[in-house]
Write a protein that binds this ligand. Structure first.
Ligand code: SF4
Length: 233
């Protein structure tokens, strides 16, 4: 995810996804059941104790691994405990504290500005709706869905680089725009499964369906994957 500038944003326009056919839904169901079997541990890997920590960790995770973010937040969360700590932070100090996650200047600016808005507009709490989240600095639909799905159990589909790649390879969508992909995927599964669906695709993308060398020959969803069958011809 490209870090977002700390400027005021407009809410995204409504999308018009294509309606999924019964055949598509059946195929997705088979894939999901198989992925559940193969990745029973699928879930969020960022470590956090409350919505604010998850918000900060998710902003830090842009262009960075979850392992690296967890290393950084281990100390960060001991130093910055409340929303005021980030909002009133010395920007240079905050930058140093998160430097190893990359894009640290933009991330520090966004975290500080975001926490300032949480104090000014939300009584210091992380809001629980997409509309309120996506207008905060540094928060796009992807980050908002991570927060909603994992901190508040509000279902959401997180379209990161893995979900984008797998959704195209598995022919869940023909779109390349993450927002359009998200709306296409929402048509394929019941709402209550959206969050787990994202985790399953992310785990499969990390472990099997890698960007450069997908392991199609040993992939358990090969029989349902057009890209994989083509790849092995
Ligand atoms: Fe990815 Fe290949 Fe599996 Fe399809 S068959 S999901 S391309 S690893």
């Amino acid at each position: 995810m490209t870090p977002k500038a700390a400027t005021k944003k407009k809410p995204p326009k409504k999308q018009s996804p294509k309606k999924a056919t019964a055949k598509q839904i059946k195929r997705v169901r088979e894939i999901v059941e198989e992925l559940k079997r193969v990745h029973p541990d699928a879930g969020i890997e960022l470590k956090y104790r409350d919505p604010l920590q998850l918000l900060v960790a998710t902003i830090l995770s842009a262009q960075c691994t979850d392992v690296r973010v967890n290393l950084v937040t281990k100390d960060l969360f001991k130093k910055y405990k409340k929303v005021n700590d980030y909002a009133d932070a010395n920007i240079n100090e905050l930058e140093e504290d998160i430097r190893s996650t990359g894009f640290f200047r933009n991330k520090a600016k966004n975290i500080k500005a975001c926490c300032r808005q949480l104090l000014d507009r939300h009584s210091g709490k992380v809001p629980q709706t997409m509309e309120e989240l996506v207008v905060l600095p540094g928060i796009g639909r992807k980050t908002a869905n991570v927060i909603l799905g994992n901190a508040f159990e509000v279902p959401g589909i997180v379209v990161d680089t893995h979900v984008k790649r797998l959704s195209n390879r598995l022919d869940f969508t023909t779109n390349s725009n993450p927002d359009k992909i998200e709306f296409d995927l929402m048509e394929l599964l019941p709402r209550e499964e959206w969050t787990l669906f994202s985790h399953l695709l992310i785990f499969h993308g990390r472990r099997v369906c890698k960007a450069r060398k997908p392991q199609c020959e040993s992939c358990s969803v090969l029989s349902n994957c057009p890209f994989g069958r083509e790849n092995l011809k």
